[in-house]
Ligand binder design. Sequence first.
Ligand SMILES: [Zn+2]
Length: 146
Amino acid sequence: MAGSGGTPCASCKLLRRRCTAECVFAPYFPAEEAQRFAMVHRVFGASNVSKMLQEVPAAQRADAVSSLVYEANARVRDPVYGCVAAISFLQQQVSHLQMQLALAHAETSALQLQLQDERQQHILVQNAHHQLMLQEACLKQESMWT
Ligand SMILES: [Zn+2]
């Protein structure tokens, strides 16, 4: 572990300083993940990251670090928009999918109306058929009497 005479964390190694037991980076940037820290340092600067981590409750620091790493990666990939590019892409996808959903709902209710209509027509046809059968039966009976 850091500060115990072992290997310094990725941050202290890159910044060439002694890694103490109080090192705020040590729990989140182990020596074997040098690239992770290098990226965050390049985008935010080590002292800013240190300040940010100190302002965050210890229980939330791991989440803060993964967020910073994610944002740094996005910023390196897209220096202009960073995470915003991903966010607006996803927002566009959401509104596109919402539109498709609304269309599907409209189509469903149109089909339900059509189905209702067809059922009613089917009933009308069945009734008419029934009437014809009755009429036929009546005619047959009449011809038997005459
Ligand atoms: Zn350290």
